[in-house]
Unconditional design. Structure first.
Length: 285
């Protein structure tokens, strides 16, 4: 949908850009989160997912920064983002429409083993985040529409299972754990502390002491390792926890307090910046 050029006949003023999102959890894939959206102005703040982020653009273009590299992509380009990889996203000049799914590692491993008939001994991962592959992008759109249209179980599962397997066979591999260094160990200690104390008002001096680094060194090393600042990471952890609580039926106001946000408005702003919808919309999905 491209409505930025439309005018209101009565006022000769541009119409408000049309943005829409549809978010749901598909029970045929263990409650896998799914999204179809049209954005003209909404920009995602830097964030990461515990799951894979897999999708493709149907029209327009998105400008994304992944691992510190900025790239504009459009139709025919895939999004194959591994768990815990920090990324953002903003509309290109004419906005964009896209489709996404968020399968967990266990689900993806099951899909690969079911389709190939072979055990997946390593950790499945994609080797490139934004490959150009028009054929698989179209196949993904067809499989995603089948989920969105709530077609029969066999049709939906067959289509998406086949696409997920093909994506991995063409663009994936099994990866090894990263090499540990003293600096990486230090920033991972700080990251883990934030994850465990997300509801607390953690200060920089406190976090630097946990890592065993100076405050400036911690910020620099944390950004180098995770492509995000410690504060941005803490906000991301809070949003992840908030998603889990909302799924349990907790109210947005209650969740905001439980996750360490100053108030509900502060929580809503950060939630939409990372998820694309409000906490209330997410809770109802």
């Amino acid at each position: 949908m491209h409505n930025v050029s439309q005018m209101d006949a009565a006022s000769d003023m541009p119409l408000t850009p049309v943005e829409s999102t549809r978010f749901w959890r598909d029970g045929r894939f263990g409650g896998m989160e799914c999204l179809s959206a049209t954005f003209q102005t909404h920009a995602y703040a830097p964030h990461a997912h515990e799951t894979f982020s897999i999708g493709a653009i149907e029209s327009g273009s998105q400008i994304a920064r992944i691992r510190g590299a900025r790239e504009e992509t459009g139709p025919g380009c895939l999004y194959l983002i591994n768990p815990e990889v920090v990324h953002d996203g903003a509309p290109g000049p004419d906005g964009y429409r896209y489709r996404m799914i968020y399968p967990g590692e266990a689900l993806y491993r099951d899909v690969l083993e079911d389709v190939t008939g072979k055990p997946c001994r390593g950790t499945p991962a994609f080797t490139r985040e934004l490959p150009q592959d028009a054929e698989l992008a179209q196949a993904f759109h067809r499989a995603h529409r089948a989920l969105e249209d709530n077609v029969g179980a066999l049709e939906a599962e067959e289509g998406m299972y086949s696409v997920l397997a093909a994506l991995f066979m063409r663009h994936g591999s099994e990866v090894r754990a990263p090499i540990e260094t003293r600096e990486r160990t230090a920033v991972c200690r700080a990251r883990d502390y934030l994850s465990e104390n997300f509801a607390q008002d953690v200060g920089l001096e406190e976090l630097a002491a946990i890592a065993g680094l100076s405050r400036a060194h911690l910020i620099r090393a944390f950004r180098k390792e995770f492509h995000i600042t410690p504060h941005a990471y803490l906000t991301d952890v809070r949003i992840r926890r908030a998603r889990a609580l909302l799924c349990l039926g907790r109210s947005p106001a209650d969740v905001a307090f439980a996750c360490g946000f100053a108030d509900q408005a502060h929580f809503t702003r950060h939630f939409k910046a990372r998820v694309g919808i409000t906490p209330g919309q997410f809770r109802k999905s």
